[in-house]
Design a protein around this ligand. Sequence first.
Ligand SMILES: [Zn+2]
Length: 296
Amino acid sequence: MDAHKFDAEFAQDVRRSNEATHKVLVGIAACERERHFVVLGFGSVYDWLIKRHKFSESAAHRRVQASRLLALVPEEKFTSGEVNLSTLTQVATTVRKEEKRTGKRFTAEAKKELVAKIERKTSAQTEQLLAAEFPEISTAKDSLRTLNTEESRLTTDLPAQTRAKLERLKELLGTTNSAEVLDEAFAALLANLETKGMPRETTAKLLPRKLRRYVIQKAQTCEYVDPVTGQRCNSTHNLQVDHIIPKAKGGTNQLNNLRCLCRQHNLHAAELVFGREHMNKFRTVRERSRDYVAYH
Ligand SMILES: [Zn+2]
């Protein structure tokens, strides 16, 4: 085949691929906005992508990050490849880090300006541009990589005070091996946080910490199950104790009225009883704002 004809056809394929990626990102944004993943039995939109749709963790992460900025990118810019998944993810990651560093949120306008700056840029050029715009952001990342069945490699940045604690613990434990110190420290912290034994049931107003721990320890993971598919959430993040019959409706602290849910499913359960508007008061600004982002 003629090289130019081949190239023109290939360009069509790339465009179709970009269109499909765009559609996937729109879907991810909708899933997060409508919180469909909650009903479907997943603790987060990441879990939904990884467990249900078989994305790798990093692929899921990139797409979720990019989907949060998608509303600021004209669709044509994306399908033509002027802005792509990689560069959009780079901007989203930088925005998140800068927000964390300064404690201030970017306005939609500021994000839009930033996205406009990376049009037609390669990943490397985008990285340079973002590094120049936000020099205070550390480029080092946390990484935890599996080396083999026995060992993993953790790379992370330690602030000075953490380094000092590590050095002091090495002295006290008589070792020069950071992994040994971490193992001891983790064991001590876990022993501290996990209490054993079954607490007494109570009808007192506040749920005692012991009872809370018992319910969470017993369930280990979020107990929400999608009634349609039978998908159980099993999330281990932000586990909370939920009153099956809410206390406001006369529910008690008896063990048979308590279950372990992740934050998303606890909010969902409450929403079924009290309505979304009421429950939004208890969501963080970040969680809430996702309801109001416009996608076209
Ligand atoms: Zn859950």
